[in-house]
Design a protein. Structure first.
Length: 138
């Protein structure tokens, strides 16, 4: 229980994109906290909001649902923490910049490989021969 709580607490603000450990912990709640209806209820409300079918993803609502879930889990674990405390989160600008750069690189790599099929039409040896022949002809 403790590790699930800590993982969700750790990644609570990394919801775009969602961290894989955050998702894994959310999926474990249904089994680990099965006796605790309020935790399951809070988890289900968060799942409903995060579902792919729900296109209206308001980040502030998601943050509150995560805070609700953490609050319910904390009460089971005997922590006395206010829900608003879960909004305190330090994340340096460097993290956001790195995430943005990673996303740009992924998009550019996807574009490159999407267009790579055109490159496969001519074998690499022929491409080199073509460039060498055209240099000699000049």
């Amino acid at each position: 229980m403790q590790d699930i709580f800590e993982t969700i607490l750790q990644y609570r603000k990394e919801t775009t994109p969602v961290h894989k450990d955050f998702v894994s912990s959310l999926n474990k709640i249904i089994v680990v906290f099965y006796k605790h209806e309020r935790v399951i209820w809070a988890r289900n409300k968060l799942f409903d909001k995060l579902s792919a079918e729900n296109q209206n993803k308001n980040q502030l609502q998601i943050d509150w649902l995560i805070a609700d879930l953490l609050y319910e889990m904390a009460s089971i674990l005997w922590y006395n923490i206010k829900q608003t405390a879960y909004f305190d989160y330090y994340s340096p600008q460097q993290f956001a910049d790195t995430l943005m750069i990673d996303n740009i690189l992924k998009i550019e790599m996807w574009k490159f490989f999407k267009n790579a099929n055109n490159l496969n039409e001519v074998p690499l040896e022929e491409k080199n021969a073509i460039s060498i022949d055209s240099d000699v002809a000049s």
